[in-house]
Ligand binder design. Structure first.
Ligand code: 2AM
Length: 179
């Protein structure tokens, strides 16, 4: 069998953002309510690719190289919980058009590389904690503005100590501010 890698495309916050958002998650979730994601692992998935071959990965990267998406401001104003996957997350009540376009373009590129991707509608969320069985209390907080100027390809390794993520490629988005 040819070698494969488990990969996904994501928005990756800075270390400062990861630290700050992880601290918020610690404040919002009661002790023992779930398993907080390590700050360095916090991210927002754009597209989960699964196990793909070296050739598929090379073709995906080269096609993404020729794509130029637009930078955007993401306003994260929701702290939510999904009962079935048992995750608590940070999300946005409005998904910017640029983000929708980016996800759509990446889906098309992945499909053109014979990578089967999720067909469910995209729901932008940044998982803060897993194994959260009970919906946490409603939290009021100042919306978090995240300027998104790039996106990344991440390798995921499942280990006995949880997922290990490694950013393997990065692409810039066109920043039209000040034009
Ligand atoms: P989640 O945070 O909502 O669980 C790496 O696994 C990333 O890809 C996670 O952020 C995860 O989202 C997302 N993902 C989407 N579909 C997935 C799948 N079928 N299996 C594992 N992770 C998936």
């Amino acid at each position: 069998m040819s070698e494969t890698q488990r990969l996904f495309l994501a928005l990756w916050p800075s270390e400062e953002q990861q630290q700050a958002w992880s601290e918020l998650a610690g404040e919002w979730l009661p002790e023992g309510a779930g398993r907080l994601i390590k700050p360095a692992n916090l991210h927002m998935t754009l597209l989960f690719l699964g196990d793909i071959s070296v050739d598929q990965c090379a073709s995906l990267k080269s096609k993404i190289d020729s794509y130029r998406g637009r930078a955007f401001e993401l306003v994260m104003d929701r702290f939510g919980h999904w009962r079935r996957p048992q995750v608590a997350w940070l999300g946005a009540s409005e998904t910017p058009q640029e983000l929708q376009d980016l996800v759509h373009a990446l889906q098309l590129i992945a499909r053109s590389c014979d990578i089967q991707v999720d067909t469910r509608p995209y729901r932008a969320h940044l998982t803060l904690a897993r194994k959260v069985r009970k919906a946490p209390a409603r939290i009021r907080f100042e919306p978090i503005n995240w300027f998104v100027g790039d996106f990344v390809l991440v390798k995921s390794e499942l280990t006995s100590e949880g997922a290990l993520y490694e950013v393997v490629s990065k692409w810039s988005l066109n920043d039209s501010r000040g034009e």
